[in-house]
Design a protein around this ligand. Sequence first.
Ligand SMILES: [Cu+2]
Length: 149
Amino acid sequence: MSPKVSFLPVLLVLAACSQQPAAPVTDAVVRLPAATGRPGAAYFTLHGGETGRTLVSVSSPSAGRTEMHDMTMSDGMMTMTPLTNGVAIPAKGQVRFESGGKHVMLFDMKSGLKSGDAVQLRFTFSNGETAAIDAKAEAPGGGDMHGGH
Ligand SMILES: [Cu+2]
């Protein structure tokens, strides 16, 4: 057997990976509430894939209720707008949910969650596609605008 042949299995694995459809959601984190009873927030990156998709809802077994919000700054005021018509992600594009922008609010969170814990998020898209992923819990940030929400 020549040395070259031994590389073949590695190449096959790489080829298989590149043909898998990209995950619809990556980089998920959950910002834990600063105090019990306050809402937490979920942040992540949505991927449109080959054809684009529309996120209609996000839920979590660790939260009693969730809402999707967009936070925008107008005339120096932070405004929170519910995203009731879903969030469209263009084909091959991305939409970021991040601090100071779009976010998912997690109400009535289970107590006892701590930094580093896995918090499951369940995503539903308008085409019927669903995804469940584990977000990493993060300690509440001191400068988080969301504290007064
Ligand atoms: Cu909010």
